[in-house]
Write a protein that binds this ligand. Structure first.
Ligand code: AMP
Length: 234
């Protein structure tokens, strides 16, 4: 495998995982890092919502589970990620947002990445649980550019309208209080173990405080990526 070249930001990101509970800001941060490092955000939630919109067999199966806040079966999600990772834009790295969410998915990913020139770096974004409900129920996003707002902490300039596109903002159907509690249950029973899995890898894992202004969180993830990538390379 040829040694990768560094890109204009001075960092070749390779595979990056953003971990954390629902509402910690994985999607918001992934979009910012994507712009900076010119690598794609791969959000399994977004991919599943796309399948649902297009009424594919996967989308129709996932619909019921997603609306209840439950996880879609591993084999299906893994297959969907495998397909996405064959696309050429993933060559220099990608940010996985919302994957892996189970130990089985984490082990599957490890297997996929055997022989990859850069090891995975995992960043766990931590926000106190009491703040997550407001982040979820206040969340709105632009259907055109995907920008994420929060009516409490990051409101658009005009209520309900995207600053960039002028499009009407939408709320996810699973961003309600009852579904939030189910999503938290899935997080605690399945995804918390994934965080411990990456923590035990030592040098390629970091935890950052997600309860700061968005720019500061981005800065902190950015600095962490440089540090972890340097560690992983040496
Ligand atoms: P998200 O957009 O990441 O909050 O995901 C929305 C929903 O999609 C989740 O509540 C799950 O139903 C489903 N989902 C997303 N990613 C995964 C995954 N890695 N494994 C299983 N289900 C997932």
């Amino acid at each position: 495998m040829p040694k990768p070249l560094f890109n204009s930001s001075g960092l070749l990101p390779g595979p990056v995982l953003l971990l954390g509970a629902p509402g910690v800001g994985k999607g918001t941060q992934a979009k910012r890092l994507m712009d900076e490092f010119s690598i794609p955000q791969i959000s399994t939630g977004d991919l599943l919502r796309e399948h649902r919109k297009n009424q594919t067999p996967l989308g129709m199966l996932a619909d019921d589970l997603m609306s209840k806040g439950q996880l879609v079966p591993d084999d299906m999600v893994n297959q969907m990620v495998a397909t996405r990772l064959t696309e050429p834009d993933t060559k220099h790295g990608y940010i996985l947002d919302g994957f892996p969410r189970t130990l089985n998915q984490a082990e599957w990913l490890d297997h996929q990445l055997i022989g990859h020139p850069l090891p995975v770096v995992a960043v766990n974004i931590v926000v106190p649980e009491r703040d997550l409900l407001e982040r979820i129920t206040g969340r709105l996003s632009c259907p055109v550019c995907g920008t994420i707002y929060n009516i409490y902490s990051e409101p658009p300039k005009r209520p309900g309208i995207c600053d960039r596109e002028g499009a009407k903002l939408i709320q996810r159907t699973d961003d309600t209080e009852p579904v939030f509690h189910e999503r938290m249950k899935a997080f605690q029973s399945k995804t918390a173990a994934v965080i411990e899995y990456y923590r035990s890898h030592g040098g390629r894992f970091a935890e950052i405080n997600g309860n700061l202004p968005v720019d500061e969180v981005t800065q902190s993830i950015r600095a962490t990526l440089f540090r972890l990538r340097h560690h992983a390379e040496s």
